[in-house]
Design a binder for this molecule. Structure first.
Ligand code: OXD
Length: 319
């Protein structure tokens, strides 16, 4: 409608859409914000989405830009009818801070053998266990983008030694970085606590399997390695995680993501004494924190077009 700002549609049916819409409208009062499904949402230029139902974006004939309200875009890219407009995702400091809190907590849980103490407490057992210090243990981060870097900062402050694995070669004073398939072996050979933040792409599907866990470092002060998975469940083979926990290839695991979510009640992971489970909330998106970034991206797009956008998704790479 001429004279009116181009509208935003909020399409996030598994979240509190009204709250996102109210927050976006409060920050950009001249711009209509509509919650889907509605004719207003269907006519909007901008789609602010989290796991939109299949077809919801195809129906938006005025669509110019998709703003993914989380970091991962695997579910968007799985839609064969996804409109050919730019997609931006969340990569900012808020999600980085949350992910870093989660990863630092779980790295310390494994460093200090806390799952063992929890089991002892349940049995009223008083038995001190001494392990290594953080500076004697290497945490290896697979997926060393903005979130991986945020984790590295917190882990370095605690004293951990750090390694990172990336798709293309990078350098970082905080961590020894390894790139690509060719350097995966060297990365795994020094990693004692493996943190996986990788997106789900055809290249990462099922990467965390028994063969990979067997290549982690196990002859240091830390002993058998631990896994912290907080990227996407599609990157892991849960049957292998269980088998490796049971045969000692892995000492323990912290899992925030799963092959099937919610994790089915029948999964043996739930009751495993050396598994810590969280329900995919390591780095949740909060409208109060992220709405300003969404509005900022739209303002940049209206001023400078697609070239002015940040954190644009590369469809071929899948993130
Ligand atoms: C995300 C997530 O992708 O929370 O942001 O999984």
């Amino acid at each position: 409608v001429s004279g009116r700002a181009r509208a935003i549609a909020v399409i996030a049916p598994s979240w509190d859409q009204g709250r996102w819409a109210r927050r976006l409208a409060a920050l950009d009062p001249d711009r209509p914000v509509a919650v889907a499904p509605s004719p207003e949402a269907e006519g909007a230029a901008y789609a602010a989405v989290w796991m939109p139902p299949a077809g919801a974006l195809t129906a938006m004939t005025n669509l110019e830009l998709i703003l993914n309200l989380g970091a991962g875009v695997d579910h968007l890219l799985a839609d064969p009818a996804l409109p050919d407009v730019p997609i931006v995702r969340q990569v900012g400091p808020d999600l980085g801070q949350r992910m870093a809190e989660h990863v630092a907590l779980h790295a310390l849980i494994h460093l200090r053998g806390h799952l063992g103490f929890a089991a002892q407490q349940a049995g009223r057992v008083w038995r001190p266990l001494a392990g290594p210090r953080a500076d004697q243990v290497t945490v290896g981060i697979m997926g060393y983008g903005a979130m991986g870097r945020a984790c590295a900062e917190k882990l370095a402050a605690i004293g951990f030694r750090l390694a990172g694995w990336t798709r293309t070669p990078q350098a970082d004073p905080l961590a020894e970085l390894f790139a690509g398939e060719g350097e995966l072996e060297a990365f795994l050979a020094r990693t004692e606590i493996l943190v996986c933040l990788l997106p789900a792409t055809p290249q990462t599907r099922g990467l965390l399997d028994a063969r990979l866990f067997a290549r982690l470092k196990r002859d240091g002060r830390f002993g058998a390695p631990a896994l912290i998975a907080a990227g996407r469940g599609a990157t892991q083979v849960e049957a292998d995680i269980l088998a490796c926990l049971d045969d000692g290839t892995l000492a323990a695991a912290s899992l925030d993501v799963f092959e099937t979510e919610p994790l089915p009640a029948s999964s043996p992971l739930w009751g495993h004494p050396r598994v810590a489970i969280t329900p995919h909330c390591a780095a949740d998106s909060h409208p109060d924190e992220l709405a300003a970034g969404v509005i900022g991206q739209i303002a940049a797009f209206e001023r400078g077009g697609a070239d002015a956008l940040r954190h644009v998704v590369d469809r071929a790479l899948g993130y």
